[in-house]
Design a protein around this ligand. Structure first.
Ligand code: MV4
Length: 669
């Protein structure tokens, strides 16, 4: 077996590969870009080499540098992971030319699947079912028109050079064909430098079912069950599972055998995936072959009990396949959810930021977390926004779904927007439980996937108040002067009892709360309602009782940003400075940027008299505007930024000299 390999990748897949390699006693060399100097994959590796600046084109795609490092470090093989150089024929060849084993198929097999029409021709010859249509070289409009008539409508024009959903166009009737063809050719010429098209009958309700195949260097091949990856968004997989619900044993076997034939037709070696369109009537058709280990491979591992990276290493070393077909067994059901840094409420706009709080579900035989990040890491614009893969297993699909729902509730992230709540709604949606799967699942069930919060606003505000007060108490510095009015920072006089105001901003809305505290019990006034609250905070875990209803939640308060986690949902609010205490407000006031963003407007100038709550600056971050308000009455003494400037979280924006007025005294002390 190899004694040392290089991993030409980053993130979760680099970590995943290192984990198995280490278990097998293999040393691992990592490579990293400037942005990844402290990344988890670098920390896990035995040694690591810096390969360039953050952009992948200057780092993880630098085949030349990577090969040089492999040779210099004494690595015998390179594992490319997925993405980056994994399906690059030039890289596979360069490895070979430098006496390095490429842990993947021969470059000829990668090349054979590069063209859709060539791939279809190979598959047709091998007897793998194809969607009826045309994949010939004659691209004259007349021929294509005749083929379209033969195929029938609706049909799909696919770019020969396309892939992953790019360069496709549905044509509903012959009258539209000429225009659609011209447009599709133009697009494909621009996008891929090749205008050639193939024609297929358009399946309107297909599922994406793919077979995991493996071949060794002696030409033996097996399939390791299938995965259903129908739940996608813009050709990005979101939820994957194994086995595919409702697939008959005969179909599974036929599909598996077709996939092995497909792989053997191109002299495949290693891990590969043959994707099929699976139609409502149970028929299936070859779609594409992916010549790499895939993101969703863990669901196959969970149901087969096999380690696919171990298989890859063994096959690359020249060993035969660990199992024969008859020995491949599956048990139970596995699901994988991809946790992305993105904002589902803003059309899944990729999100960036710092993972200031990260708590993952406990791992067990039922729950697995594949990730490349740790708390405190930045999610940058440079790479794929996937934060982690959450994988669960149980005896039945229904139980596995329950596991997934629960595990998502235990996956807590603050600092970066994620799709966790969306995944929670998806996994818990009735049509998903009923395995009503098609590639249109997300579009067809939008109304279920963006649910209203499970917490009513008042309860959330009361919990937020409890969290803020309890955390403040736990961090309170006891004043050395027993007579100081600040000996208890959180005490204010109101109606002759000790009370304090607390301002919480949720979205655009500011909520003014008043809190009375007596013997470790609080009375929280929100609007016209009063809530009795007791709360106990243990680090990030709060047990609260609100009017007799016990609620246990986790939370994170960082500067003035509070996030509460509740049943897979988050409640976010800004805690206003003035409630921090008079001491902090006295003399020089300050206003800090609550997040990275741009200054959109400055609504005050030096010397202005401003009043508490008045908007002074408007910031924009992630396409949302945020008002920065005066914490107290005072005079603006300095403005540190201009409109249009970019500022980072915590940067002081404006200085205010707070007046020692009646109003401020009333507010604060
Ligand atoms: C299709 C199809 C319907 N009919 N081909 C999309 C990605 C590319 N690999 C092939 N794709 C499709 N090909 C025929 N003849 C529907 C899709 C398709 C799809 C396939 C799998 C998963 C998600 C999808 C989403 C939209 C369309």
């Amino acid at each position: 077996m190899f004694s040392k390999i290089l991993i030409a990748n980053r993130g979760e897949i680099a970590c995943r590969i290192i984990q198995t390699a280490h278990r097998m006693g293999i040393r691992c060399v990592a490579v990293y870009s400037e942005a990844d100097a402290n990344a988890r994959h670098v920390a896990m590796a035995d040694e690591a080499f810096h390969i360039g600046p953050a952009p992948s084109s200057e780092s993880y795609l630098r085949a030349d540098k990577i090969i040089e490092i492999a040779k210099q470090s004494g690595a015998q093989a390179i594992h490319p992971g997925y993405g980056f150089l994994s399906e690059n024929t030039g890289f596979a060849e360069a490895c070979e030319a430098n006496d390095l084993v490429f842990i993947g198929p021969p470059s000829s097999a990668i090349a054979a699947m590069g063209s859709k029409s060539a791939a279809k021709a190979i598959m047709e010859k091998a007897g793998v079912p194809l969607v009826p249509g045309y994949h010939g070289d004659d691209q004259s409009p007349d021929t294509l028109r005749k083929e379209a008539e033969k195929c029938g409508f609706p049909l799909l024009l696919k770019a020969v050079a396309g892939g992953g959903g790019k360069g496709m166009r549905v044509v509903e009737r012959m009258e539209d064909f000429d225009d659609a063809l011209a447009a599709a050719k133009r697009e494909s010429k621009n996008a891929f430098g090749n205008p050639d098209m193939l024609i297929e009958r358009y399946l309107t309700q297909p599922r994406h079912v793919e077979i995991q195949v493996f071949c060794d260097q002696d030409g033996n091949g097996v399939y390791l069950a299938e995965r259903d990856c129908s739940v996608q968004r813009r050709h990005q997989k979101v939820l994957e599972e194994a086995p595919a619900p409702g697939l008959s044993e005969e179909t599974r076997k036929a599909m598996g055998e077709a996939a092995v034939k497909a792989a053997q037709a191109i002299n495949y070696v290693g891990a590969g995936t043959v994707e099929f369109l699976y139609d409502v009537d149970g028929s299936f058709f070859f779609m594409e072959m992916n010549t790499r280990l895939q993101v969703e491979h863990p669901v196959t591992e969970m149901v087969t009990g096999q380690d696919l990276v171990e298989w890859q290493l063994k096959v690359a070393w020249g060993e035969p396949l660990p199992l024969e077909q008859s020995q491949v067994k599956t048990r139970g059901h596995a699901l994988e959810a991809r946790i992305y840094a993105e904002d589902p409420d803003q059309d899944f706009l990729p999100a960036t930021g710092n993972l200031r709080y990260l708590s993952t579900p406990d791992e067990s035989a039922h729950v697995r977390v594949d990730t490349g990040v740790t708390e405190g890491d930045d999610i940058s614009i440079h790479y794929d926004p996937m934060i982690a893969k959450l994988i669960v297993w149980d005896e039945t699909r229904d139980q596995a779904i329950n596991r997934m729902v629960q595990a998502l509730e235990h996956y807590r992230i603050a600092g970066v927007k994620t799709n966790i709540r969306f995944l929670h709604a998806l996994a818990d949606a009735q049509p998903f439980r009923e395995a009503d799967l098609t590639t249109g699942f997300i579009e067809d069930h939008r109304e279920l996937l963006f649910p209203k919060s499970r917490l009513d606003t008042h309860k959330a505000l009361v919990l937020a108040a409890g969290f803020v007060l309890e955390q403040r108490k736990s961090r309170e510095v006891v004043s050395t002067d027993p007579w100081s009015p600040f000996g208890r920072q959180n005490s204010w006089r109101m109606n002759s009892e000790y009370a304090q105001p607390l301002q919480l901003q949720v979205g655009e809305e500011i909520h003014d709360l008043k809190i009375l505290e007596r013997d470790d019990r609080y009375q929280v006034f929100v609007g016209d309602s009063v809530y009795n609250l007791t709360a106990r905070l243990d680090d990030d875990y709060m047990q609260a009782v609100i009017n007799g209803h016990r609620i246990s939640i986790h939370g994170n308060l960082h500067n003035d940003q509070l996030v509460l986690f509740y049943e897979g949902d988050t409640f976010n609010c800004t805690v206003y400075k003035e409630s921090y205490g008079f001491e902090e407000m006295a003399g020089e006031g300050s206003l800090a940027a609550p997040m990275n963003g741009a200054i959109v407007a400055v609504q005050a100038k030096v010397g202005d008299q401003v009043t508490a709550g008045q908007t002074l600056v408007i910031m924009e971050a992630m396409k949302m505007e945020h008002a920065i308000k005066a914490p107290a009455d005072g005079v603006v003494t300095e403005i540190f930024f201009l409109e249009g400037d970019q500022v980072s979280e915590g940067a002081e924006l404006i200085a205010i000299e707070v007046e020692d007025t009646e109003a401020n005294q009333e507010e604060a002390g």
